[in-house]
Design a protein around this ligand. Structure first.
Ligand code: ADP
Length: 307
């Protein structure tokens, strides 16, 4: 197979590992910076140029699109899909996963547990907002935040009110969420490939930190998911139509609560914690999907229709 990894930085751990794993399994691999792709649109003849070379030879792509470049990255993925190149993440699912409101709505309708959450269009009714998630302590999250940036704990009603008002005054849109204190600064990351949990870890925030993100100094340890956690993670990934996903959840008194489903989950933390070659599992999933498409080309047409 000829595989393109869409990544802005070839030295990133995840990009490197996918490259090595694909090569080791006998494939030709190329790293393509999606922001340097030109998309040519004309009737029934979609084309992509990368640094002035026409890219018309790939069988599959693995999008590793950062949150800040979702718009253009997803357009490149969509163009590859129109050229009938298999994408490990559908462009539609990628875009959907980056919209926190839409994601939480989809997850809620799939029946998985979620922390009580409120979105608002700069509401002046801040007291009512706070009451609707059960009062303080609560969590305020910047809608555009990633890696734990812009996730703030409002310990009291007064503090929560000031935080929400300050964000609103800055025209920063936020979500307000009940604080799950029993998770004690830890969350769970379940890595899913093709309907299976292929690795799971518990991330614990450093002393005095409620955010468990590894980027905020948290550390990962191997865990075995309970049946309920496994089912919640799989349902969440399925609801988002992601075959490769990192599902983050909190352990609470009422069972697992989904925080978010990541469509470009990093490999470093999960591979190092679980000691598993997850990159190869991803490449094997792509091999299987291409084989399925070869045997059953009807499905490919159907997928194209949905694009
Ligand atoms: P990001 O997408 O920026 O990582 P998250 O929503 O995942 O933001 O929040 C970052 C971390 O903060 C989580 O991994 C978790 O440890 C903690 N956290 C987030 N929401 C809650 C909550 N409602 N209750 C308790 N802890 C939370």
């Amino acid at each position: 197979m000829k595989i393109g990894i869409l990544s802005r930085n070839s030295s990133l751990y995840s990009t490197q590992r996918l490259y090595e794993a694909a090569e080791a399994l006998g494939h030709k691999v190329e790293i393509i910076d999606h922001l340097k792709c030109d998309i040519v649109i004309e009737q029934d003849n979609p084309k992509i140029y990368y640094k002035s070379n026409k890219i018309d030879y790939l069988d599959a792509i693995i999008p590793r699109i950062g949150a800040s470049v979702t718009f253009y990255g997803a357009a490149v993925v969509r163009q590859f899909e129109m050229m009938e190149v298999f994408s490990a993440v559908h462009s539609q699912a990628l875009v959907r996963s980056r919209d926190k409101l839409r994601s939480l709505q989809l997850l809620a309708s799939s029946g998985v547990g979620l922390p009580k959450t409120v979105f608002t269009n700069y509401s002046k009714e801040v007291k009512t907002l706070i009451e609707s998630v059960g009062g303080a302590p609560l969590i305020v999250k910047l809608l555009e935040g990633t890696q734990g940036h812009g996730v703030v704990l409002g310990p009291t009603k007064k503090a929560a009110e000031s935080i929400i008002e300050a964000f609103h005054a800055m025209k920063a849109r936020v979500i307000v969420q009940e604080f799950i204190s029993e998770s004690k600064g830890a969350d769970i990351r379940a890595f899913i490939v093709d309907g299976k949990v292929v690795g799971a870890m518990k991330r614990q925030g450093k002393e005095g930190e409620f955010r468990s993100n590894l980027h905020q100094g948290g550390s990962g340890t191997l865990i075995k998911l309970s049946k309920q956690e496994r089912e919640a993670a799989l349902t969440a990934a399925q609801a988002m139509d992601l075959q490769i996903a990192g599902v983050d959840m909190l352990q609470s008194e009422r069972g697992p609560l989904i925080l978010e489903v990541n469509s470009s989950p990093g490999l470093e933390g999960i591979e190092k914690t679980t000691n598993k070659d997850i990159a190869s599992i991803i490449i094997k999933y792509i091999e299987k999907s291409l084989e399925d498409r070869r045997v059953n080309p009807g499905r490919r047409k159907k997928a194209k229709k949905h694009a």
